[in-house]
Write a protein that binds this ligand. Structure first.
Ligand SMILES: Cc1cc2nc3c(=O)[nH]c(=O)nc-3n(C[C@H](O)[C@H](O)[C@H](O)COP(=O)(O)OP(=O)(O)OC[C@H]3O[C@@H](n4cnc5c(N)ncnc54)[C@H](O)[C@@H]3O)c2cc1C
Length: 424
């Protein structure tokens, strides 16, 4: 609970994003409250730096605190490992939406919730403010119920539409909005892109001690919003139309948005392994990112990471803090050709991590979720079974350009070619 005194201001970063409030305020004594409408607040922040500094700092700190407490925002109720629950938890944590998780096995926790809202007996439920319950919602439905569904309210012609809210899209949004352009960022999954899933980024300008990807993404989001950019997520761009004097982007709910210019910052998506039952085990033991959320499933178990690049290396360093033992599986004879040397040296010296060379996964086993996997050594033909509930596939990525449906010329691997011939 926060006590607000005379001349204090209260608010939360979501106010600048159009998000509905999570909290109710109770006046304990006679008082006068000055309500500042969201648009006025945004204008104030964009035009008066002294006000902006104070308000943004306080709002962002409040959100951080709420995230740390895990209280006050949403309550997500479900079964540990359930796909719907996992997707909602991922969305909430990557979008920095304060939330608390209640496992259905926690009978007391479920009963306490059921006292003030109509909780369904099974499945995943999200309790939002005022005891409103969503049953098995998708991340999109959850976003809409929180008011993050910005496109619903807009017919305007934006100066710039940015597709993708990874570091490139957010950076473009910050620069464009700071030049007073009307910017809409459309993000299909969660703000931060790949960087948002990194447990630690150490080579980014201005962060000598490193920063976790979620925090970096959140800072970028706040900075873009501060300059007036609007961000809608999760919402995918599905097509690009060229009109005589503007562009149109269709979205995955058939809506269209218009912009004088479009910036494609849609990055790449993770490569998958061609293995039977891969899809069945995704989110049920197979993961593509290693954040705090996935780390929960690695406590005390053996963890297998496939890949020899920096993402795999960072994941190994991070997950080995939780896992009983961590294996890094590579097809080649080591890490030195594929991983930054600072990282590969740390891994080689870490006794909690073992690098299995010349190896590939050839089978996945388990009932509902992953329980074992079989590794094949390509040199010796030897097979080895590892009992694990957590396999991380980190074998690179392919460009997210399918949705453009042949509208732009791409190279044979689906990248945008530029004049110098390098991939974009
Ligand atoms: C685990 C991990 C660790 C990393 N660590 C480092 C590091 O330490 N240092 C470093 O320099 N780099 C690191 N990287 C790489 C770095 O994150 C990427 O280079 C960077 O994120 C690329 O930024 P981007 O904005 O171009 O694309 P992305 O980050 O890929 O973002 C693209 C965004 O576009 C969205 N999108 C795609 N298609 C659509 C569509 N049709 N409609 C709407 N949205 C769409 C995606 O959902 C995504 O959010 C790491 C990557 C990973 C995965």
């Amino acid at each position: 609970m926060t006590l607000i005194k005379e001349r204090h201001f209260v608010g939360e970063i979501g106010m600048l994003m159009g998000q509905k409030t999570f909290f109710a305020g109770i006046a304990c004594t006679e008082c006068a409250v000055i309500v500042v409408p969201q648009d006025t607040l945004r204008t104030l922040i964009a035009t008066v730096p002294e006000v902006s500094d104070v308000i943004i700092t306080a709002f962002a700190a409040r959100r951080r605190l709420l995230m740390e407490w895990g209280e006050g925002g949403l309550v997500i109720v479900g079964d540990e490992g359930d796909k719907t629950a996992m997707r909602l938890l991922e969305f909430a944590s990557r979008s920095q939406i304060p939330h608390r998780w209640v496992d259905r096995k926690d009978k007391k926790g479920v009963a306490a919730l059921a006292e003030f809202c109509a909780l369904p007996d099974a499945g995943t439920a999200v309790v939002t403010g005022k005891a409103h319950v969503l049953h098995n919602p998708s991340p999109r439905e959850l976003a809409a119920s929180l008011g993050l569904d910005l496109v619903a309210n807009t017919n305007e012609l934006f100066d710039l539409l940015v597709i993708g809210a990874g570091p490139a899209g957010l950076t473009a949004a910050i620069y464009a909005a700071s030049e007073d352009l009307g910017v809409l960022v459309i993000e299909g999954t969660a703000i931060g892109g790949q960087a948002g899933t990194s447990s630690r980024i150490e080579n980014y300008l201005g962060f000598p001690r490193g920063i976790d990807g979620t925090s970096l993404a959140y800072r970028g989001e706040v900075q873009a919003i501060k300059f007036g950019a609007r961000i809608t997520a999760p919402r995918r761009a599905t097509n690009l139309y060229v009109k005589p004097d503007h562009f149109e982007i269709s979205l995955d709910d058939e809506r269209r948005v218009q912009g004088r210019a479009v910036l494609l910052a849609n990055g790449i998506q993770y490569r998958r392994l061609p293995l039977d039952r891969l899809e069945a085990f995704e989110c049920q033991g197979i993961y593509y990112v290693a954040t705090n959320l996935e780390a929960r499933y690695c406590q005390g178990t053996e963890v297998v990471i496939v890949g020899g690049g920096n993402s795999a290396g960072q994941a190994a360093m991070f997950l080995s803090r939780f896992a009983k033992h961590t294996y890094v599986v590579v097809r080649g004879d080591g890490l030195k050709d594929t991983m930054s040397s600072y990282l590969s040296e740390r891994i080689v010296q870490d006794t909690r991590i073992e690098v299995l060379t010349h190896s590939e996964i050839c089978d996945l086993q388990g009932r509902k979720s992953l329980e074992h996997l079989v590794l094949c050594n390509k040199q010796t033909g030897e097979k080895r079974t590892i009992n694990t509930h957590a396999l991380f596939i980190m074998i690179g990525a392919q460009p997210n350009t399918d949705w453009l449906g042949g509208q732009l010329s791409l190279d044979e691997k689906g990248f945008y070619p530029d004049r110098s011939g390098t991939r974009q």
